[in-house]
Design a protein around this ligand. Structure first.
Ligand code: SF4
Ligand code: SF4
Length: 101
């Protein structure tokens, strides 16, 4: 799985310089999730219709669409739940993280 691309932060000079959605470089991700996530999104592949809405709305660009099915990079996912909220077929469930991993 490809990791989010990390680049040095540069102050935006025009509106075009602002990152927009997951199709741009995720320049605000500097390290992997430190373990503070309380819920993780889990995709039900049977329900997923591959509309790519979750891919487009994930603020951190951590949903990978390069394979046959969508996969979430849990090293970078912060568990915000935006993907689950926006998934119309309800194919993403937010599951409580186990205390010891
Ligand atoms: S938004 Fe839901 S149905 Fe659409 S691709 Fe993502 S998981 Fe699949
Ligand atoms: S929970 Fe948030 S960070 Fe994780 S995949 Fe969904 S939208 Fe992206």
């Amino acid at each position: 799985m490809n990791r989010p691309k990390m680049v040095n932060f540069k102050d935006p000079e025009t509106v075009r310089d602002y990152p927009m959605g997951a199709t741009c470089d995720s320049d605000h991700l500097t390290s992997i999730n430190a373990g503070w996530r309380t819920f993780r999104p889990v995709i039900d592949q049977e329900k997923c219709i591959k509309c790519m809405r979750c891919f487009l709305v994930c603020p951190d660009g951590v949903i990978d669409k390069s394979g046959d099915q969508l996969e979430i990079d849990y090293d970078f996912c912060k568990g915000c739940g935006v993907c689950a909220h926006e998934c119309k077929p309800k194919a993403i469930n937010m599951v409580k993280e186990a205390i010891n991993g």
